[in-house]
Write a protein that binds this ligand. Structure first.
Ligand code: SF4
Length: 243
């Protein structure tokens, strides 16, 4: 008897199921400058701490020209909640100076130009394209990388490989949603350790029954759950949060 081969669930089914679980939130876009700077601030920092730092920073320096004229000594106290503030302050000031010098004070809307900015890697650049400009791109963090492999969509060893594989696999209409949906899903159910497979709404996941599942603990998704994840930062940004 031939063993049945597990097939990865279709992206359309995954996106539909997760969108039902995590309906889109309304709110204006944060804008590319705030999205860019807040994403740099968010590196190795909890979301609520990033939101506090970003809110303080943007109240004093709302755009690239004003931040470009600041000194690290002026910026560090404002972004102190974000952690690694001594390293991040000169980076975000240099980003602002490059925007003023090379891009007329505006954030460029193409990947190559974004990657030329200091402190900007592929995840940050793709976040700016999706959350700042509303363009199709796939920011890949640890949640997107892990879940894409668990679902059998990709077999990759790094987020960079995953991004390229997902770009080839996923129809472009899904690109803007995939980061938000998988980040929320990865925090609630498909956790790094102890995924809650018995509660998972995704039919046909080839990792179901293979991974050691976790007990239910912490918060389940409920109205307001996402507000605690993305809303705080989004509020500080003046619109939709980033991840
Ligand atoms: S069945 Fe388990 S491993 Fe698969 S997507 Fe759901 S939570 Fe993740």
């Amino acid at each position: 008897m031939r063993a049945s081969r597990k097939v990865a669930p279709a992206p359309s089914a995954v996106v539909s199921a997760l969108r039902r679980r995590y309906p889109p939130e309304t709110g204006g876009a944060a804008g590319p400058f705030r999205t860019l700077v807040a994403t740099v601030l968010s590196q190795r920092t909890r979301e609520e701490r990033t939101a506090e730092a970003a809110g303080r920073l943007f109240a004093a320096y709302p755009d690239a020209p004003s931040l470009a004229a600041a000194s690290p000594g002026e910026v560090v106290p404002l972004i102190r909640p974000a952690g690694f503030y001594n390293q991040k302050a000169p980076v975000i000031i240099e980003i602002a100076r490059r925007l003023v010098a090379d891009f007329g004070g505006e954030v460029p809307r193409d990947l190559e130009s974004l990657l030329s900015l200091p402190g900007v890697g592929r995840k940050t650049a793709n976040c700016v394209l999706v959350y700042g400009f509303g363009l199709p791109a796939i920011p890949v963090d640890t949640h997107v990388h892990r879940i894409s492999n668990r679902l059998g969509w990709v077999r990759t060893r790094s987020p960079e490989e995953t991004e390229l594989a997902l770009r080839a696999l996923l129809p472009r209409r899904y690109w803007p949603d995939i980061n938000e949906l998988l980040v929320l899903f990865g925090r609630e159910l498909c956790r790094p350790v102890g995924p809650r497979c018995p509660e998972c709404p995704l039919a046909g996941c080839p990792s179901r029954g293979i991974l050691r599942t976790g007990r239910r603990k912490g918060r389940a998704y409920a109205p307001g759950f996402r507000s605690s994840l993305l809303g705080g930062l989004g509020k500080a940004l003046g619109g939709r949060g980033v991840s």
